[in-house]
Structures are given as C-alpha cells and as structure tokens.
Design a protein around this ligand. Structure first.
Ligand SMILES: Nc1ncnc2c1ncn2[C@@H]1O[C@H](COP(=O)(O)OP(=O)(O)OP(=O)(O)O)[C@@H](O)[C@H]1O
Length: 347
C-alpha cells in the first residue's frame, strides 16, 4: 500500500491555481523530498493531504485512508511539523509535549523526546514565548514524533535551525526511516534533500515537473558532471579526440594547464582518462566535479537555486491556522481555534 497517493489533486484560489492535477505516489517506507521554488504549491499539497484545506478537484489517500472522509484515521497515524505553526506562548515546551502526548495517546517519555531533538530539559520548562525560532522548531519536531507515527510530514523542517540542528534532524529522519516510517518533507535547502531522500519530486508553478532518485535526476537533466585534469604542459591529445568519445559533451582548456571534460554518461570519464594516458599526456592530478542538486533544480525549473531561498510572502489569510500543539494536527476545528493549552489544562 502506498503511504501517499493523489489523483488529479487540484487547488484553486479564484483565478490562481496553487496545485494542478497532482498525480503522486509515495511508497511506504520511502524518504521523499518535495522541492520547489516559492509559491510552487508544496504547503498547499501538505495542507490538502492533512485536510487542512479542501481540494477544488481530485482525491488523496494517506496510509490508505481518504484524506477527507477519514481525516481522523489519517491524523492519528501521521506526525506533522507544519510550516508556520503556532505555539501557545505562555506555556512551556514540556506542557506542549504533554498536550501532544495526551491528544495522540502517546506513551513516550517527554524527556526522551526532548533529548532526541536536542532541546535542553531546563529550557523545556520555560514558556515557549522565550524560545528562539530553532528551539521552537525542535519542539515542533518532538511533537511530530509523538505516538510513533507511520508517516512523518515535515514542511520546511530545517527552517530556523543551526547546522547542528540540521544534522540532528537528518539523523532523526534516518532513524525513523530505518524504523519503517515513511517521511515526506518539503525543503528549499537542496543539499539536505540529497542527504536523506530516496526520491525527490520537483514542483513548479503548481505542477509536478519530475519525480526521480537523485541519480535519475542527474542522468535525465542533461546537466553534465566534469572531469577536471591537471596537466604538466600541453595535453598530447587533440580536443576533438576527446569530444568524439561517446557521452562527452564538451572539452575546454582552462588556465594553468587544466583540462575540463564535461560528460553526461559517467562511463565517458574513464574513456577520457584512458585516451589521455595513452597519448602520453603528463597528468598531475584529476578530480570529478559532480553536477550539484542546485544545478539539477535549475535545469528542471529554470529557477536559480539562490532565489528559492527567499522568504515566502504568501497570503495565508484564507488558510486555517495550523497548530503544532497536538502534533500539528489540530485541523480546522481546533485551528479556528480558540482552545489553548492553558485553557485545556485549566491554568
Ligand atoms: N489562501 C490563499 N489564497 C490565495 N492564494 C494562495 C493561498 N494559499 C496559497 N496561495 C497561492 O498558492 C500558490 C502555492 O502556495 P504554497 O504556499 O503552496 O507554495 P509553497 O511551495 O509552499 O511556497 P513556499 O516555498 O514559499 O512556502 C502560491 O501562488 C500562493 O500565492
């Protein structure tokens, strides 16, 4: 059974199409990265999967349950770290976790969860209004992990985290995946997606542009990797001899006797080295420069990777507020939400 399956999933806001006929299958046990520039439709997709908003057309199932007809069954089994979640500023981190454990019937120890996300136990006693963005993000991750979810949905999980926090989150994702949990996460930070994902989907302008493994994206993007060879003196082989090798797309001589052989087919690099050695070219050193995920992203979306890191400016006014206080699964009723943790616990 697929962990996530969407059929023709579409969301329009008046004339604006946020998501166009999404056909996506995420297999159980996969770590799936959802990439896209600002406004691509990533959060819209996640909101639809969790029934925070309703589709204009199409359907989706999560863990085999219809997202709209069987919302409770979905939310019971999914841990979510939403984008732009709200916390109750006057309540402590521990109180938030206890609330999440109560709502989901989780049996984990709050201290163990806090330790896992790297949140100091003393800090957990302070009101979250005093927390930095990264500390809030760690708390929200701890809440997402409550109840040993079958699927983790993480919207921009590394937002506000320092490098150590990013490594901690990557470790958690790997541990969860090793435990059989499916992980679906959106990100702008392309390197982080490459570090943990089995497959990547690239969304652009509400449309799914491609889905593949990183290796598959490399192959299909046409963005070549390069063999960079340092030569003492002049190469004893003509450029055209190297360009003629199957899979080599370009050969350029750079300064300081450096030769750059760009190839789409990895087998071509061995042939190029062989040809250079055969010709008696004095090779001092060589290196491989792989096409980066940023290159691939630009190839598929036409958007430079830097620009996708800009802060988002989206009018969320008609989107129900998500809260992380029950694992981000408060949904429309709680989010309309007037019930705070303080009220809930009678303080
Ligand atoms: N409530 C809304 N009303 C009108 N348009 C909306 C609303 N929510 C989202 N949109 C539009 O839908 C499109 C997709 O937005 P979405 O938030 O899903 O993008 P995203 O990929 O998550 O972007 P980001 O990376 O910036 O968070 C955008 O063009 C956005 O302006």
């Amino acid at each position: 059974m697929a962990a996530i399956e969407t059929t023709g999933l579409t969301k329009r806001y008046g004339e604006e199409t946020a998501l166009e006929a999404l056909e996506l299958t995420v297999e159980a046990g996969e770590v799936f990265g959802f990439l896209g520039p600002n406004g691509a439709g990533k959060t819209t997709t996640i909101d639809l999967l969790l029934d925070f908003i309703r589709p204009t057309e199409g359907t989706a199932t999560v863990l085999g349950y219809d997202t709209h007809e069987e919302t409770d069954a979905v939310r019971d089994r999914v841990g979510i770290l939403p984008d732009g979640f709200d916390l109750w500023e006057r309540s402590s981190g521990t109180r938030h976790l206890e609330f999440a454990l109560d709502s989901k019937g989780g049996t984990e120890s709050p201290d163990a969860l806090l330790e896992r996300v790297g949140l100091d136990l003393a800090d957990a006693e302070r009101p979250v209004g005093d927390y930095s963005k990264g500390m809030k993000q760690r708390l929200a991750m701890a809440m997402a992990l409550v109840g040993d979810p079958e699927l983790l949905v993480l919207d921009e999980p590394s937002s506000g985290l320092d490098p150590h926090g990013i490594r901690t989150f990557q470790e958690i994702i790997r541990e969860e995946a090793a435990d059989g949990t499916t992980v679906f996460f959106s990100s702008h930070i392309l390197g982080q997606v490459a570090a943990v994902c089995d497959r990547v989907g690239i969304l652009d302008g509400g449309e799914l542009v491609t889905v593949d493994t990183i290796a598959g994206l490399r192959e299909r993007s046409g963005v070549g990797s390069s063999l960079v060879v340092d030569v003492a003196g002049e190469p004893s082989v003509d450029h055209t001899e190297l360009v003629d090798i199957d899979g080599v797309s370009e050969v350029t001589a750079e300064k300081n006797g450096r030769l750059r052989v760009t190839y789409a087919d990895p087998a071509a690099k061995a042939h190029a080295i062989h040809r250079l050695v055969e010709s008696g070219t004095p090779i001092v050193d060589f290196d491989i420069e792989e096409a980066t995920l940023e290159d691939l992203f630009s190839a598929f979306t036409g958007v430079e990777a830097e620009s996708v890191r800009e802060e988002k400016a989206v009018d969320d006014s008609t989107v129900p507020q998500r809260t992380a206080a029950d694992g981000g699964l408060a949904g429309e009723s709680a989010s309309a939400g007037s019930v705070s943790v303080d009220e809930e616990v009678g303080r």
